[in-house]
Design a protein around this ligand. Structure first.
Ligand SMILES: Cc1ncc(C[n+]2csc(CCOP(=O)(O)OP(=O)(O)O)c2C)c(N)n1
Ligand SMILES: [Mg+2]
Length: 532
């Protein structure tokens, strides 16, 4: 049915049709008619952040934590730049973020007139960190632009997309037809590819499964676990893949990333089944037989020369692969004891690195089984990537290869908006927390009750350690003078507590689970040794 409405209304109504319940945004001149359109859409909550970095960080956490696309909405130019680090992180992590940007006046685009927030060409700004971009110049184009954005983040590899509209597109009226919502599409690989993969596994004696973020994002945990069980293959996960198998499963061998301790297990495998991964970090010998399952064909062969390529969504593809494998071989005898003995040795070795092993154990002991941990780019985060056991998909998030310092706290807020029912904990450093700690205001304003543990060594500790270990102790630019984190957090209306140096974070974290406000727990600590 065609109706007359403004582009701003069409924008809001099409978002609602696509199932959007939250928009993370920051308003400004060119987007006010769209904000007004959202005002009349009570099914969508507009969550205002305190800097545009928050819009994309929250949208990313929301998307990956909750499994539904996240929407970030900013003013053009400077707003887009401010949101850039979050968008880049979402791109690296294949996070389904729909990024909506304003534009300068329609007739001024590309003319260098010096209009408010003008940066020419904005599409070039976002091109390296989005999978698709579209400029809609007229109100009548808005539903289709919104719809295509949602279609693209719900099929294939779900990297962020961008749509941008000039103010006139939002303010003018047009005869507009809204569209039916895009569907979530997951397609299996071609049967020939699946058969080739099954043949490679038919005679494998020591197969290994390497699970990346694609397993988590593709909701393929059950399919992956079933395949691993039939093959009795140990499963290693990447940072992004944590939760792809319950880490309490007897075949869960731990996390690879850059964990050299895992190398013997990788070397021992005769066939590796890599699923939804960049396949980075640890070494894989060139002569190894590798089956690489990925929804994005461009990812296959990038880091490992000549794998057996299987292009498809993880869940339906792994289901079919298991069916084929069952035709060509019997179930394998148990390898659980070997895997568990190996894992224990790796974990013991990690715990021997320094105090951070016990600190990660304390987090796990205090976070409920279904709770989510969002570690920032900190010393404690590096250890948790390797040691923290994740029990379920979407209960552990990372920045993937972007390594974005400052992402942790705002991303955790996004997770909590998507899943208000589960505890969400951010483990951050003093350095990383202050990147976006002003979003405490957002947390308090909207009742986004996350728990943030600030591991405070008064330093950009990772970089400081570099200077002590590799640059003869010449420390420059890595020491930090911090605010009083307790007073700081309390001034926003959050609960806050400072622990004694070396204290177990567990009791304070358990206390905070009962809080009805966002909580900040500061743990003063000495600088930590390298976990690598
Ligand atoms: C956006 C960004 N800037 C800089 C870095 C480099 N970097 C990695 S870790 C780190 C220090 C982090 O300090 P803090 O959050 O206090 O954690 P700590 O290392 O002290 O545990 C820095 C500067 C980065 N990863 N990302
Ligand atoms: Mg620090």
């Amino acid at each position: 049915m065609t109706e007359t409405m403004t582009g701003g209304r069409a924008f809001a109504r099409q978002l609602a049709r696509e199932g959007v319940r939250h928009v993370f945004g920051l308003p400004g001149d060119q987007t006010m008619h769209a904000i007004d359109g959202l005002y009349h859409e009570p099914s969508i909550q507009f969550v205002t952040t305190r800097h545009e970095q928050g819009t994309t960080y929250l949208a990313d956490g929301y998307a990956r934590g909750g499994g539904r696309p996240g929407v970030a909405f900013v003013v053009p130019g400077v707003g887009v730049y401010n949101a850039g680090a979050g968008l880049a992180t979402a791109f690296a992590a294949s996070s389904p973020v729909v990024f909506v940007a304003g534009q300068i006046n329609r007739d001024g685009i590309g003319k260098g007139l010096g209009l408010l927030h003008e940066i020419d060409d904005q599409l070039d700004l976002v091109r390296p960190i989005t999978a698709w971009q579209r400029r809609a110049l007229h109100a009548s184009e808005i539903p289709e632009a919104v719809h295509e954005a949602f279609a693209r983040v719900q099929r294939g590899r779900r990297q962020p997309v961008e749509i941008e509209m000039p103010p006139e597109a939002f303010s003018e009226e047009a005869d507009i037809t809204l569209l039916e919502p895009a569907e979530d599409v997951r397609l299996p690989a071609d049967p020939d590819q699946i058969e080739a993969a099954a043949r490679a596994l038919a005679t494998a004696e020591r197969p290994l499964v390497w699970a990346g973020g694609g397993v988590v994002l593709g909701d393929a945990t059950a399919a992956l676990t079933a395949l691993a069980e039939y093959l009795q293959a140990p499963v290693v996960t990447t940072r992004q893949g944590k939760g792809a198998i319950d880490d309490r499963h007897p075949l869960a061998a731990g996390s690879v990333w850059v964990n050299r301790r895992m190398q013997p297990l990788l070397d021992d495998a005769d066939v590796i089944v890599a699923v939804g991964t960049h396949f980075l970090g640890n070494k894989v010998a060139a002569e190894k037989t590798v089956v690489h399952v990925d929804v994005d064909p461009a990812e296959i062969g990038r880091h490992f020369g000549n794998p057996i390529a299987v292009v498809g969504d993880a869940a339906p593809t792994l289901d079919l692969l298991l069916e084929q494998v069952q035709k060509v071989r019997p179930p394998a005898p148990s390898r659980a004891d070997t895997v568990q003995a190996f894992r224990k040795q790796v974990d013991d070795d990690l715990r021997a690195v320094g105090p951070q092993g016990a600190m990660v154990d304390q987090l796990r002991a205090a976070i409920p089984d279904d709770g989510v941990l969002v570690p920032c780019t900190t010393t404690i985060g590096y250890m948790s990537h390797m040691l923290y056991p994740a029990y379920a998909p979407r209960t552990y998030l990372s920045t993937s290869y972007m390594g974005t310092l400052g992402w942790g706290f705002p991303a955790a807020l996004g997770v909590k908006v998507a899943r208000p029912d589960v505890p969400v904990v951010c483990a951050t450093g003093d350095g990383g927390f202050l990147f976006a700690a002003t979003e405490l205001a957002t947390a308090v304003q909207y009742g986004i009750n996350t728990i943030t543990v600030v591991y405070n060594d008064n330093a950009y500790g990772n970089s400081n350690r570099d200077q002590r270990e590799r640059f003869g102790g010449r420390e420059l630019g890595t020491e930090l003078r911090n605010p009083d984190f307790v007073q700081f957090a309390e001034s926003f209306g959050a609960d806050a507590v400072r622990l004694a140096k070396g204290a177990d974070v567990g009791p304070a974290l358990r206390d905070a689970l009962g809080n009805s406000r966002p909580s900040v727990i500061e743990l003063p600590m000495d600088r930590l040794p390298s976990p690598f």
